[in-house]
Design a protein around this ligand. Sequence first.
Ligand SMILES: [Zn+2]
Length: 166
Amino acid sequence: MRKKIYCNFCGGKLVEKFFEGRDRPYCETCDEPVYENPVPATAIVVINTEGEVLLVKRSVEPKKGMWCLPGGFMELGETPEQCALRELEEETGLAGKIETFLGVMSNNSPRYNTVLITGYLVKNYSGSMIAGDDASSVGFFDSDGMPEIAFDTHKSFIRIYFSMYG
Ligand SMILES: [Zn+2]
């Protein structure tokens, strides 16, 4: 886990200080803690008419070379739904419409510490499938023929889909 060393606002060196119930990076010049929070992200379960799940093969770390759901980190000013559909289009070329919310969960990440992931279901989509952005390959898989999934949260969203809607 990488640690912040300098204050974003004044450039001063941060110290570690017990503040509001836990040790936090603290800037003594600004007299403020640097609050650190989970990073919000989305994941999308896209289902085709055969009931298969859309997966992308990761072309970047972490878990490069493994398969996962399309998805990624929210940008400032975006809603989670906009983030999900943007990531879907960037990674697979498909324009989708959100069917329903599947759930929200968190996972530990070596880079971001804690990631908060919102899952959505997409059944209506258009466009031609082409791997892009952080994906080297993209394809639909049935529940029996699925490769190993890179992230436990993504596995859970697939499980939620099959238990509730499959
Ligand atoms: Zn400062």
